[in-house]
Design a protein. Sequence first.
Length: 184
Amino acid sequence: MAPTISGLIRSAEGGDRSAADALFAALYAELHQLARSQLSRGPGATLGTTTLLHEAYLNISGREGARFPDRARFMGYAAKVMRGLVIDYARSRQALKRGGGFELTAMADDVATPMVDAEEIERVGEALEQLTAADPSLAELVDLKFFGGFSLAEIGEMRGVSERTVQRHWDQARTYLFRAIRRN
């Protein structure tokens, strides 16, 4: 009998490297969709979906003590890691745009034309960090919905609550973020 996602999570948390690899393989398609969703809102085509997914995997697998009691928390954590990678990527592209790393060589044109304003991505990232400090559950919801591309119904199923409850929490998170971005 194949192990369940919950069983793989428990084994991976216990330090079983093969369970961590099996968990990643079991959730690969879902994580790939999560990466695609992240990049649809992100800074450009030069960061590929598979690259983002693998960078996130390396980041997650390299962290000691990260705990994921269930699939929802694992996916939320993965979305947060990918969000951080996209924000870091946007910052580095913005630095290149402003002359950071200047060399007398030809540069690709795509560095000067990000699809989304990197400063806006940074403001959203800062507002999300504030929300994480104030209410981690709402911040995880934003990661799942906005960055992960999950529907409210899917998030409700992951969390074991009604879609209406998720909608109410989503409205709270959006209000908080809107106010935080306006203050910055």
